[in-house]
Write a protein that binds this ligand. Structure first.
Ligand code: ATP
Ligand code: MG
Length: 157
């Protein structure tokens, strides 16, 4: 139940963002998703964290969900600093950060999106980033409506 998932994430994270003057909003969709709930929560947590770090006081971060063709698409949008093409291409690489000083400012390591990409892969989901400098960013996660029988790329332990 995506509405319940967003509500749970929203209620947990909104107070953290509010401390920095950023509003977290989420839209009801009535969609359903078959996925590992805890993994999808850590995925959204990382995307909302990134969106908040890219935003300044008075801006908003939005969680949405729409139905695609055979997919359910979750997205996290911000209207913050955005990324150039090179950053978009490299953002899911482990340890990649466009602004190295950001690690000192925000305590990041450049691992969040690498983790998100791995979680998406395990669910057979596509991760796409739409971004432009100064115009903000939307990260889309297209989950297959019918999930893969076995988590893809999982270790067999
Ligand atoms: N919403 C966004 N807006 C602008 N730049 C972003 C956004 N999300 C990611 N980035 C860029 O992609 C880089 C990699 O993101 P990632 O989440 O992997 O690392 P991080 O947030 O810097 O550190 P960590 O997630 O480990 O705390 C970021 O350092 C930033 O340059
Ligand atoms: Mg991050």
């Amino acid at each position: 139940n995506v509405d319940l998932l967003f509500r749970e994430m929203g209620l947990t994270m909104a107070p953290l963002l509010a401390r920095r003057g950023i509003r977290l909003l989420w839209e009801a969709s009535g969609e359903k998703l078959t996925a590992d709930r805890e993994l999808v929560k850590s995925l959204l947590y990382n995307l909302v964290d990134n969106a908040a770090k890219a935003s300044k006081e008075g801006e908003e971060v939005l969680l949405s969900c729409v139905k695609g063709e055979g997919t359910v698409i979750l997205s996290v949008s911000d209207w913050g600093i955005g990324m150039d093409e090179k950053t978009v291409r490299r953002a899911t690489e482990a340890f990649y950060m466009a602004d190295k000083s950001r690690s000192r400012k925000n305590g990041g390591a450049g691992l969040g999106l690498a983790l998100c990409a791995r979680i998406a892969e395990m669910h057979g989901a596509q991760l796409r980033i739409k971004s432009a400098p100064g115009q903000g960013t939307t990260v889309f996660l297209a989950f297959p409506e019918t999930p893969p029988a076995e988590p893809e790329g999982g270790e067999s332990t």
